[in-house]
Write a protein that binds this ligand. Structure first.
Ligand SMILES: [Zn+2]
Length: 168
């Protein structure tokens, strides 16, 4: 299975966020080719400024593995991580980060700063950006365009499995 396969899974989680009125970002944690954590952006619904997709996916994976560190795991996310999520990835000892679209406002893999290039901060995580970047960016730009237009989109159907904690 390649990076695009798992990025599509992250994209379906981004769409789940969108259906809940959240900025559409999704993430999965993968170990040995198997998804062990899923998350999507939900700060509004959760009333939690830390409820980014990466944090949710890391929590899901850590709970499943019963370990606060996730060595040998990869995280796929549709948007370049922010500083908070980059910090969480480093704390979790994620081996490899794969992201889709760049985030000019808060991205810390070179868009604003490059936290992953600081050797004293990071010696665990390899980074690949730009996987399905067009699709990942399109989900976001469509979301913001629709919000500006304020026209209700009725195409949201819950056809994807939501993470357990959010499935009510
Ligand atoms: Zn973040």
């Amino acid at each position: 299975m390649n990076d695009e396969f798992f990025m599509r899974e992250a994209l379906s989680l981004a769409r789940a966020a969108e259906c809940l009125g959240e900025v559409p970002v999704g993430a999965v944690v993968v170990r040995d080719g198997e998804i062990i954590g899923r998350g999507f952006n939900s700060p509004i619904g959760e009333q939690d400024p830390t409820a980014h997709a990466e944090i949710a996916a890391l929590r899901d994976a850590a709970r499943r593995l019963g370990n606060y560190r996730l060595p040998g795991c990869e995280l796929f996310v549709t948007l370049e991580p922010c500083a908070m999520c980059a910090g969480a990835l480093l704390q979790a000892r994620i081996s490899r980060l794969v992201y889709g679209a760049r985030d000019a406002k808060t991205g810390v893999h070179g868009s604003v700063v490059d936290l992953f290039a600081v050797p004293r901060l990071n010696h665990h995580t390899r980074v690949v950006g730009g996987v399905l970047a067009v699709e990942c960016g399109r989900v976001l730009s469509a979301f913001f365009a629709e919000r500006r237009g304020a026209s209700g989109d009725q195409t949201c159907i819950s056809e994807f499995p939501l993470p357990g904690r959010l499935s009510t």
